[in-house]
Design a protein around this ligand. Structure first.
Ligand code: C2E
Ligand code: CA
Ligand code: CA
Ligand code: CA
Length: 270
């Protein structure tokens, strides 16, 4: 048995062992980071296409690590999901962004935060969100949850009821990264959502006569037809803004206006 164990071990090359060690290390560090409150939120404005006013703010998580510096979510969200820690982190994100929204009440700004499909699967999710919404004294349109299409594909019936209940309570639902998953506008019409966020990959290459430009134009007009608002994300150029505004896009988010910034800086922009 011993020698078989050794043979087995030989199957792993040294880089895989290192990777595993790093992975275990990352999990340990993430747990510590959560315990030591090393997560912070940065905020990025969403600008009304017509008026140029800030109508929304997206909260985006960062890990402000004492040992490694500022770490972006692409480096740790997937691992946090796989180790189940996303539920705790996600709860903190909701609490923090709701508290921020409370401080902006009556400014006509909706604060949105990202929600992992794992959080939505939790049986207490809806109850917890509604409890926080009420505790902070929020009103319809103060906050939104950004979910992705994978949430809808994975367990459609169950998710549908949960989203409908949240919406009925005044919590807005945004469909994030629209166009990258399986959504068709046909089933869209029955979804309990308020806003479509068109994925950056479409925005990157838009020109009025190119295919992405025509796709975006079609998405916006169909979305509006069924009563949804549209936010374009990843807008970096003035020409993109001009085109998106002409298409009837409601709001625009991207480096053109501001990168995600710390709370003190976003307060200066409001
Ligand atoms: P997302 O929700 O699609 O967020 C948009 C991402 O694009 C953000 O990256 C944002 O900083 C970036 N971005 C915004 N405008 C521009 C632009 O004009 N150009 C470019 N190149 N990028 C732009 P970030 O903050 O690194 O977040 C990456 C992803 O991590 C998010 O994508 C979201 O899926 C996830 N995420 C962020 N915060 C949370 C969170 O609190 N919980 C969960 N579950 N996921 C989160
Ligand atoms: Ca988002
Ligand atoms: Ca997105
Ligand atoms: Ca994305």
């Amino acid at each position: 048995a011993k020698s078989r164990g050794r043979d087995k071990y030989v199957l792993y090359d040294s880089s895989m062992v290192t990777e595993l060690a790093q992975r275990t290390n990352l999990e340990k560090r993430l747990r510590e980071a959560y315990r030591n409150s090393e997560f912070i939120l940065h905020y990025q404005p969403q600008i009304a296409a017509e008026s140029g006013r800030i109508v929304g703010i997206e909260a985006l998580i960062r890990w402000n690590s004492t040992s490694y510096g500022l770490i972006f979510p692409g480096e740790f969200i997937t691992v946090a999901e796989e180790m189940g820690l996303i539920n705790e982190i996600g709860k903190w994100v909701i609490e923090s962004s709701f508290a921020f929204a409370q401080s902006l009440m009556d400014k006509g700004i909706c604060v949105s935060c990202n929600v992992s499909s794992m959080q939505l699967k939790q049986s207490s999710f809806v109850e917890d969100v509604i409890e926080a919404f009420d505790r902070f004294g929020l009103r319809k349109g103060s906050v939104a949850l950004e979910i992705t299409e994978s949430c809808l594909v994975e367990s459609f019936g169950d998710t549908y009821a949960k989203l409908a209940e949240l919406r009925a309570h005044g919590i807005m639902i945004y469909l994030d990264d629209f166009g990258t998953g399986y959504s068709s506008l046909n089933y869209m019409k029955n979804l309990p959502i308020d806003v479509l966020k068109i994925d950056k990959s479409f925005i990157d290459n838009i020109t009025a006569d190119g295919v992405e430009g025509r796709i975006v134009k079609t998405i916006v007009s169909l979305a509006r037809e069924i009563g949804l608002k549209v936010i374009a994300e990843g807008v970096e150029a003035k020409e993109q803004q001009t085109y998106l505004t002409a298409c009837g896009c409601n709001a625009i988010q991207g480096y053109l206006f501001s990168r995600p910034v710390p709370e003190a800086e976003i307060r200066d922009l409001i």
